[in-house]
Design a protein around this ligand. Structure first.
Ligand SMILES: NC(=O)c1ccc[n+]([C@@H]2O[C@H](COP(=O)([O-])OP(=O)(O)OC[C@H]3O[C@@H](n4cnc5c(N)ncnc54)[C@H](OP(=O)(O)O)[C@@H]3O)[C@@H](O)[C@H]2O)c1
Length: 281
C-alpha cells in the first residue's frame, strides 16, 4: 500500500481543489493540508466547504473557501484570482468536481443528461484549468484531473459518464503535450469505485433527476478514500502523468486492446453483479 506523505511534503505549497465539499475532493483537501499545504476549496455548497475548511485548519494550515459552480467560467476565474490574492501563488490544481450517471442510453428521452455530464465533467475541468494555467506555469506546478477507468473503457448504464471521462482524457493528454518543456505536469487519476462519496446517490437517472439513495450501492471491490488520497499525493509528489487506483486496473484498458471480447465480458459481468448483489453503504 502507498505510504502517506511525510509531514511537510507539501510545505509552502498552495493547492486548489474544485469539488472540495464532499467525497474525493474533501478528502484530498484534508490530505494536502495534513502534508502542510495551504488549500483553496471550491464547490457550490458553502456550508459543506466551511466544514472541510475547519478540518484543514485543524491540521494547522490556511484554508480559503470560495463558493461557486464549475460550469460558470466567471466563478472559476474568481476562484483562481482569490486564491492567488490570498496565498501569493498556486502550485497544484485538483479538478474533482464531478457528476455521475445511472441509466441506459435507450432509457433517455433526450440528450439533456449527457449535456449536464459533459458540462460538469469536461468543461468544468477546463473552466478551472484555463485561468489557473499562468499561475501553475509560474510555479512549475501540476494540474490534476480526478477521472476514472471509465475514461478508457465503455461501461453499460454509464454511457454519458464514460463519454465525459473519455473526453476528459483527451483534454488532459493533449494539454500535457502542449505543456512539455514548461515544467508543468498534467496528472489524470484513473480511480476504481470509491466508498464514502456522494457520487452514486447524486448520479443522474434517465429523467435528469438524481437517482437518490436507491442507487447508492457500493461495490465490494470499491476502494476507500484513504487509499485513493495516498495514491494521488504520491503521484503528485513524483510528478506522474497517470495513476490507476488500485494499480491492477491498468490491465483493463490493455486487455480491451489485445482481447476486446474478454474485456467486454469482464465489464458486463462486473456491472451485472453490481446491479444484483452490491451491499449498501
Ligand atoms: N466515487 C467514485 O466511485 C468515483 C470513482 C472514480 C472517479 N470518481 C470521480 O471523483 C470525482 C469526485 O467525485 P466523488 O465520488 O467525490 O463524488 P461527490 O461526493 O458527489 O463529490 C462531487 C463534488 O463535486 C462538486 N460539484 C458537483 N457539481 C459541481 C458544480 N457544478 N460546480 C462545483 N462543484 C460541483 C460537489 O459539490 P457541490 O454539490 O457542493 O457543488 C462535490 O464537492 C468525480 O470527478 C468522479 O467522477 C469517483
Amino acid at each position: 500500500m502507498t505510504q502517506p506523505p511525510a509531514p511537510g511534503a507539501f510545505a509552502d505549497r498552495v493547492v486548489l481543489v474544485a469539488g472540495a465539499s464532499s467525497g474525493v475532493g474533501a478528502a484530498l483537501a484534508q490530505a494536502f493540508a495534513a502534508a502542510d499545504a495551504d488549500v483553496a476549496l471550491f464547490a457550490r455548497s458553502e456550508a459543506e466547504l466551511a466544514r472541510v475548511a475547519e478540518a484543514c485548519r485543524q491540521a494547522g494550515r490556511e484554508a480559503l473557501v470560495v463558493p461557486g459552480d464549475v460550469t460558470r467560467p466567471d466563478d472559476c476565474a474568481a476562484l483562481v484570482e482569490r486564491t492567488v490574492h490570498s496565498f501569493g501563488r498556486l502550485d497544484t490544481v485538483v479538478a474533482s468536481a464531478g457528476l455521475g450517471m445511472w441509466a441506459r442510453f435507450d432509457e433517455l428521452s433526450d440528450t439533456e443528461v449527457l449535456r449536464q455530464l459533459l458540462d460538469v465533467n469536461v468543461l468544468g475541468v477546463a473552466n478551472v484549468f484555463l485561468p489557473a494555467l499562468p499561475h501553475v506555469r509560474a510555479s512549475r506546478g501540476m494540474l490534476v484531473a480526478i477521472s476514472s477507468v471509465q475514461g478508457m473503457v465503455g461501461v453499460p448504464g454509464r454511457s454519458g459518464y464514460a463519454a465525459s471521462k473519455h473526453a476528459l482524457q483527451g483534454l488532459c493528454d493533449s494539454l500535457r503535450l502542449e505543456l512539455r518543456g514548461t515544467g508543468v505536469e498534467v496528472l489524470t487519476v484513473m480511480a476504481h469505485w470509491v466508498r464514502g462519496t456522494n457520487l452514486r446517490a447524486r448520479a443522474l437517472g434517465p429523467d435528469g433527476a438524481p437517482r437518490g439513495t436507491a442507487a447508492a450501492h457500493r461495490s465490494r471491490s470499491a476502494i476507500d478514500l484513504d487509499t485513493l488520497t495516498r495514491a494521488v499525493l504520491a503521484a503528485v509528489r513524483h510528478r506522474k502523468r497517470r495513476v490507476f487506483v488500485p494499480g491492477y486496473l491498468r490491465y483493463l484498458p490493455l486487455l480491451a486492446q489485445v482481447a476486446p471480447g474478454l474485456a467486454d465480458r469482464i465489464v458486463v459481468r462486473t456491472m451485472a453483479r453490481e446491479a444484483s448483489t452490491a451491499p449498501r453503504g
